[in-house]
Ligand binder design. Structure first.
Ligand code: HEM
Length: 466
């Protein structure tokens, strides 16, 4: 059957469901429609149709056949290109393979181990900041701390800059970065790109922010090139992602300065919000879970001993329960619940004929929250991820894709998991915390990544800290 002939919400004549779609709540709206029309359905957007796929086997097929059969949605690619970004996230075909190889090298396990001492430093700073907050302020907004934590980690990984936006609040590039994703999401969802002709205040602020980011990145590239020129021996053993890609670019004539800049910006953007928002969701989900917190504490006390934070890379492996907590947070609150693609040619998947260039949306979250794939699907049960302890017989990992899948699986997944384990282990070891906002009032906001509406939390030193 042709994808546009599949069942779907009825909509109005001519405009279809175009004006019904609530962009900032799109993932939940689509989720409700899956319940009504099934895990593959058509959304009529008036001038165009969009195929919605929430079926794990189809999602798997589509992800495995990228970039050959499917590409990122052109509109997203175009909005990124307007900002001069043509890196691994939006490249396709052979070009993508080259970008991907370079980025994967910069994020491999060897670099992560070398980078680990810095991650411990930043985790320590976060602990210090929270200890100060306990004394000096009451309830505070924790999202901002997590965003600054991930900026301080990513900027050093990306280009060796030891930033301390956590403790020195002024002039943080995080302020500019946080304008980027919401605007990209807004622009890809505008039926007519008005911003090209009429710039609102938000458009102007966004343009100024992206200009500053580009300038910041260009300065770092220039100074790193000079450093490599002055110390050619550094080329043998690059210290960070930027040094590694500059050296690689000297050997690969296809890779130019614009590619280097694009991938640096991509890494900063892809690595910041995603990890920070996942940590934020963890706080909201752990709020009423004294048993989970007690088990996590038993684990950190055992693994960390008398230390207040993780001190050795090998300890990360031993934090099995905290790893399960993170999996469970990403099952219920994946920060990338939906992704957008287009087929490069006419394709048939499980009997659905999808025409070349038509629009497709994969709903990555839906199946992970369905009883047919996970027992007690709506509950927060970290034990389900530990085979020996699980009492949840239905556990279909094929329905769980928080980091995507196939060749374009998130190359930053391990880095993100390390950051999250470091932060949560430090939190459980040192602090008690409490939401000061009603959990029902914390809303999911879809702004490219799925973030939480602002909420307040209060910290106190942990009682009975060993
Ligand atoms: C909890 C944290 C994270 C989550 C949930 C996450 C999720 C994802 C997902 C779902 C994709 C696939 C999107 C698609 O293909 O449609 C992706 C791709 C990507 N992620 Fe992550 N990510 C996280 C952290 C990071 C970090 C820390 C970095 C880098 C430092 C990173 C860099 C990238 C890049 C470069 C891609 C594009 C890969 C490609 O297209 O080949 N991510 N991520």
């Amino acid at each position: 059957m042709l994808s546009k002939d599949l069942p779907g919400p009825k909509g109005k004549p001519i405009v279809g469901n175009m004006f019904e779609v609530d962009i900032n709540n799109l993932h939940n709206q689509l989720s409700d429609w899956v319940d009504e029309y099934g895990d593959v359905f058509n959304l009529n957007l008036g001038l165009t149709n969009m195929l919605i796929v929430a079926k794990p086997s189809m999602i798997d097929y589509i992800q495995k056949n990228r970039p050959t059969l499917f590409r990122r949605m052109d509109k997203l690619n175009n909005v990124l290109k307007e900002e001069g970004i043509s890196g691994v996230f939006n490249a396709e075909g052979e070009e993508w393979k080259r970008h991907r190889m370079m980025v994967a090298k910069g994020l491999d396990i060897k670099h992560q181990i070398a980078f680990f001492p810095w991650m411990m430093t930043v985790t320590d700073r976060l602990k210090r900041k929270w200890q100060k907050d306990v004394k000096e302020q009451g309830a505070f907004s924790i999202q901002d701390d997590f965003l600054r934590y991930t900026v301080d980690v990513s900027t050093n990984l990306a280009f060796g800059k030891e930033m301390n936006t956590l403790e020195e609040r002024q002039g943080a590039i995080q302020d500019d970065m946080e304008k980027v994703f919401p605007m990209i999401f807004k622009r890809i969802n505008q039926p007519i790109p008005w911003y090209k002709w009429f710039k609102s205040k938000a458009d102007k602020e966004y343009n100024a922010a992206t200009d500053r980011l580009q300038e910041f990145v260009d300065d770092v590239i220039t100074s790193t090139k000079q450093k490599l020129h002055d110390n050619p021996s550094l080329k043998e053993n690059p210290q960070n992602f930027l040094e590694a890609i500059i050296v690689a670019a000297e050997e690969d004539q296809h890779f130019n300065d614009a590619d280097i800049r694009s991938n640096l910006l991509t890494l900063l953007l892809a690595g910041e919000d995603t990890t920070a928002h996942t940590l934020t969701w963890a706080i909201t989900l752990l709020n009423d879970q004294p048993e989970v917190i007690a088990k996590a504490r038993e684990e950190v006390d055992r693994v960390l001993g008398e230390h207040q934070t993780v001190t050795r890379f090998e300890q990360l492996q031993q934090l099995e329960y905290i790893g399960a907590v993170i999996n469970e947070v990403m099952r219920l609150k994946p920060v990338a619940p939906i992704t957008l693609y287009q087929p490069n040619e006419d394709v048939e998947v499980e009997g659905v004929k999808i025409p070349k260039d038509s629009r497709m949306l994969l709903h990555l979250r839906k199946s992970a929250t369905m009883e047919e794939h996970f027992s007690r699907a709506g509950e927060f049960v970290p034990e389900r991820w530990i085979k020996a302890k699980s009492q949840c017989p239905v556990h279909n990992t094929a329905a769980y894709n928080p980091f995507g899948g196939g060749p374009r699986y998130c190359p930053g997944a391990n880095l993100a998991l390390t950051e999250m384990k470091l932060v949560l282990a430090m939190l459980f070891k040192n602090f008690d915390f409490k939401l000061e906002t009603n959990v029902e009032d914390i809303k999911e906001i879809m702004a490219f990544t799925m973030m939480a509406s602002d909420f307040k939390v209060s910290f106190t030193p942990r009682k009975n800290n060993h």
